[in-house]
Ligand binder design. Structure first.
Ligand code: SF4
Length: 190
């Protein structure tokens, strides 16, 4: 899998050496992101799981692979056109939800990455990135199914694909619906 530039080198180095919150203690590889933003779409997850911590690449576990295949099928993108990152860069113990303090401590990296990538649209996957980007406490079931504007960037919240792997096919159908909302917003690489 090609590792393109999802962040400027200085930001990548800072994230890789960051010790600003206690999550650095248990991590192997923080996630900076993959892709270079040419499609205009950024996919944002919560935080690394076991596979992501092992590789430093986002969305490579079972549910991540499902999401990637949905994105490629529904948007007609090549794998290398996917730009993916996490709002929290280091794996929380036992995959727990990041705390508000951890999220707030890590957030300045996200702001800098957004300034660098300048996405047209962001697919926020699950509660944590959706709430963080939209500044709300509403849950993903309420938020998903429509688009939002955040300072000129279109935000599309959707379910985490893990829900679709728990024997709930309607979840995958809902994710596919949300992903298709992104179609008019893509900038295809020339
Ligand atoms: S989660 Fe973010 S703030 Fe915490 S150590 Fe990792 S990179 Fe730094």
């Amino acid at each position: 899998m090609a590792q393109l530039q999802a962040a400027p080198p200085s930001l990548t180095l800072e994230i890789r050496s960051c010790t600003k919150c206690s999550l650095h203690e248990g991590r192997d590889h923080p996630v900076v992101g993959i892709g270079d933003g040419r499609s205009g779409l950024l996919v944002l997850g919560e935080a690394p799981g076991a596979e992501e911590d092992r590789t430093g690449v986002p969305f490579v576990g079972r549910s991540g692979r499902l999401l990637r295949s949905i994105l490629l099928q529904e948007l007609g993108l090549e794998e290398e056109a996917l730009t993916i990152s996490n709002v929290v860069r280091c794996r929380p113990p036992k995959n727990r939800t990041p705390t508000k303090v951890e999220l707030a401590t890590c957030w300045p990296y996200m702001e800098r990455q957004l300034a660098y990538l300048q996405p047209r649209a962001i697919l926020t996957v699950g509660n944590t990135p959706s709430r963080a980007l939209l500044g709300t406490t509403e849950g993903i079931t309420t938020l998903r199914g429509r688009t939002y504007d955040r300072n000129g960037i279109v935000i599309v919240p959707t379910f985490h694909p893990a829900a679709a792997l728990r024997g709930r096919p309607e979840m995958e159908a809902a994710i596919r619906h949300d992903v298709r909302l992104l179609l008019p917003l893509l900038k295809f690489p020339s």
